[in-house]
Design a protein around this ligand. Structure first.
Ligand SMILES: [Zn+2]
Length: 314
């Protein structure tokens, strides 16, 4: 896949205005939610960096509540090479798998050190939108986690079409599931949006549109404050689908192959259909009308999720 997005110059943005590199915080001084929009949790996912860079350039400030913009894994981003974009997902370990008290207490990697810097900004937020992109060309999707309040806010946004309800990964906890965001009794809202392939210019548009909807839904800004093109509705307003992930397929070996070049969101009609092999063992769909969510072998090592099985529930 050809990378068609320019690498943003973040020389100014990485200074931040908080003392934490890459973190910008604006307080309206009025009541309202504290919204955190995060980008570059993965260093090669540029759509969010462009969205936040352009948002800062627009001079946007909250009318109510607080707004924090965070460029997260700058160390990985600094290694970004469009010709080898997979290699700058992280420096030492995946920054979206370190969000447990135990891992945060052991600052043994660049990512855990960075998570410790970001932690006060994550903790003070009660609404999070985490901007990501994908290894493969695939329709954009919202990753809501399993809490109903997050599914509900995803449906209130109205975009993108696919909402994926999943419990996360076996190899670590995501920022969007950390502390208040994963508390079943709490009220904090968290969404992660996968905006399409890392190098596809449409991912930047999706990141901006989702950010605009999230900010408007939260009430920290009003429509007149946001660039008009961020509020365009380019055919995405078709009925949303809620897909419940029932199980991840976790690689047991490095010898894992797919039987077709799955792109994601394929619906496999019959239970028992072989979609690939792991060290010779067939990987089969567990039920009829099984949807394949984010299939990818690009980060293949034992223990990594290579695809998730989901069924449509809404
Ligand atoms: Zn990502």
């Amino acid at each position: 896949m050809i990378f068609k997005i320019d690498t943003p110059d973040l020389t100014q943005e990485r200074a931040g205005n908080t003392g934490t590199p890459g973190v910008w915080h604006f307080d309206s001084g009025k009541p309202g939610p504290s919204v955190l929009i995060s980008a570059l949790i993965h260093g090669n996912e540029l759509c969010g960096a462009w969205a936040l860079k352009d948002l800062l350039a627009s001079g946007l400030k909250p009318e109510n509540g607080k707004l924090t913009l965070a460029f997260c894994n700058l160390a990985a981003f600094d290694r970004f090479d469009p010709l080898a974009h997979d290699t700058s997902r992280f420096a030492d370990e995946d920054l979206n798998r370190v969000w447990t008290e135990q891992k945060l207490a052991e600052p043994s990697t660049l990512e855990r050190q960075r998570a410790a810097e970001l932690l006060p900004w994550v903790k003070q937020a009660d609404r999070l939108l985490d901007l990501h992109s994908m290894h493969e060309p695939s329709p954009p999707l919202l990753v809501t986690g399993i809490l109903q309040r997050n599914i509900d806010v995803g449906l209130r946004l109205g975009v993108p079409r696919h909402l994926v309800v999943d419990a996360g990964h076996k190899d670590g906890t995501r920022m969007r599931d950390y502390a208040q965001f994963g508390d079943p009794e709490g009220q904090a809202l968290a969404l992660l949006v996968e905006c399409g392939f890392h190098g596809d210019p449409s991912s930047v548009r999706i990141a901006k549109q989702t950010t605009a909807r999230f900010l408007l839904e939260s009430g920290v800004v009003s429509a007149g404050q946001l660039p008009a093109e961020w509020q365009e509705r380019d055919g995405q307003d078709i009925a949303q689908q809620v897909l419940q992930v029932t199980e991840p397929v976790v690689a047991k070996s490095k010898n894992l192959t797919f039987s077709s070049p799955w792109q994601g969101m394929e619906c496999i009609e019959h239970a028992g259909t072989t979609i690939g092999h792991d060290d010779g063992v067939p990987i089969v769909t567990p039920y009829d009308n099984c949807v394949l969510v984010m299939p990818s072998l690009r980060q293949l090592v034992p223990g990594v999720t290579v695809v998730r099985f989901a069924r449509q529930v809404h």
